[in-house]
Design a protein around this ligand. Structure first.
Ligand code: ZN
Length: 84
Protein backbone atom coordinates (compact mmCIF):
# COMPACT_ATOMS: atom_id res chain seq x y z
CA UNK A 1 0.00 0.00 0.00
CA UNK A 2 1.36 3.36 -0.98
CA UNK A 3 -0.23 6.37 0.69
CA UNK A 4 -1.39 9.23 -1.46
CA UNK A 5 -2.26 12.73 -0.32
CA UNK A 6 -5.89 11.72 -0.17
CA UNK A 7 -5.38 8.82 2.18
CA UNK A 8 -2.33 10.51 3.62
CA UNK A 9 -4.16 13.10 5.69
CA UNK A 10 -5.89 10.43 7.71
CA UNK A 11 -2.68 8.49 8.02
CA UNK A 12 -0.76 11.62 8.92
CA UNK A 13 -2.84 12.14 12.01
CA UNK A 14 -2.24 8.60 13.18
CA UNK A 15 1.40 9.13 12.34
CA UNK A 16 1.61 12.37 14.29
CA UNK A 17 -0.27 10.83 17.19
CA UNK A 18 2.22 8.00 17.20
CA UNK A 19 -0.34 5.26 16.72
CA UNK A 20 0.41 4.33 13.13
CA UNK A 21 1.59 0.80 12.45
CA UNK A 22 5.33 0.68 11.72
CA UNK A 23 4.95 -0.51 8.15
CA UNK A 24 2.44 2.20 7.35
CA UNK A 25 4.58 4.77 9.09
CA UNK A 26 7.53 3.88 6.92
CA UNK A 27 5.40 4.12 3.79
CA UNK A 28 3.99 7.45 4.91
CA UNK A 29 7.41 8.85 5.71
CA UNK A 30 8.47 7.97 2.20
CA UNK A 31 5.49 9.83 0.80
CA UNK A 32 6.00 12.87 3.02
CA UNK A 33 9.65 13.00 2.06
CA UNK A 34 8.64 13.50 -1.55
CA UNK A 35 5.48 15.54 -1.04
CA UNK A 36 5.72 19.22 -0.14
CA UNK A 37 2.06 19.38 0.74
CA UNK A 38 2.17 16.60 3.28
CA UNK A 39 5.54 17.75 4.58
CA UNK A 40 4.09 21.19 5.21
CA UNK A 41 1.16 19.62 7.02
CA UNK A 42 3.46 17.64 9.28
CA UNK A 43 5.63 20.67 9.90
CA UNK A 44 2.66 22.84 10.79
CA UNK A 45 1.27 20.24 13.12
CA UNK A 46 4.56 19.74 14.90
CA UNK A 47 4.97 23.45 15.43
CA UNK A 48 1.60 23.57 17.18
CA UNK A 49 1.12 20.08 18.56
CA UNK A 50 -1.92 20.91 20.67
CA UNK A 51 -3.63 22.74 17.85
CA UNK A 52 -6.57 20.38 17.65
CA UNK A 53 -7.28 20.56 21.35
CA UNK A 54 -6.62 24.24 21.92
CA UNK A 55 -7.61 25.68 18.58
CA UNK A 56 -9.45 28.52 20.25
CA UNK A 57 -6.27 29.62 22.00
CA UNK A 58 -4.17 29.66 18.87
CA UNK A 59 -4.19 32.29 16.20
CA UNK A 60 -3.82 30.48 12.92
CA UNK A 61 -2.94 31.85 9.55
CA UNK A 62 -6.22 31.91 7.59
CA UNK A 63 -5.01 29.37 5.05
CA UNK A 64 -3.98 26.90 7.71
CA UNK A 65 -7.16 27.41 9.71
CA UNK A 66 -9.25 26.79 6.63
CA UNK A 67 -7.28 23.68 5.76
CA UNK A 68 -7.62 22.29 9.24
CA UNK A 69 -11.30 23.07 9.45
CA UNK A 70 -11.95 21.41 6.12
CA UNK A 71 -9.96 18.43 7.19
CA UNK A 72 -11.77 18.15 10.51
CA UNK A 73 -15.11 18.27 8.73
CA UNK A 74 -14.07 15.60 6.30
CA UNK A 75 -12.45 13.34 8.81
CA UNK A 76 -14.39 10.15 9.48
CA UNK A 77 -15.63 9.85 13.00
CA UNK A 78 -14.07 7.29 15.26
CA UNK A 79 -15.42 5.84 18.44
CA UNK A 80 -12.51 7.04 20.53
CA UNK A 81 -12.57 10.64 19.39
CA UNK A 82 -13.55 13.30 21.85
CA UNK A 83 -17.07 14.65 21.26
CA UNK A 84 -17.62 18.08 19.87
ZN1 ZN B 1 1.17 14.14 -0.04
Amino acid sequence: MSPTCRSGVELLMDYLEGVLAPDLRAALEQHVAGCQRCAAFVESYRRTPAILRTATDVTLPPDLARTLQAWLHNRPRRDDQQPD
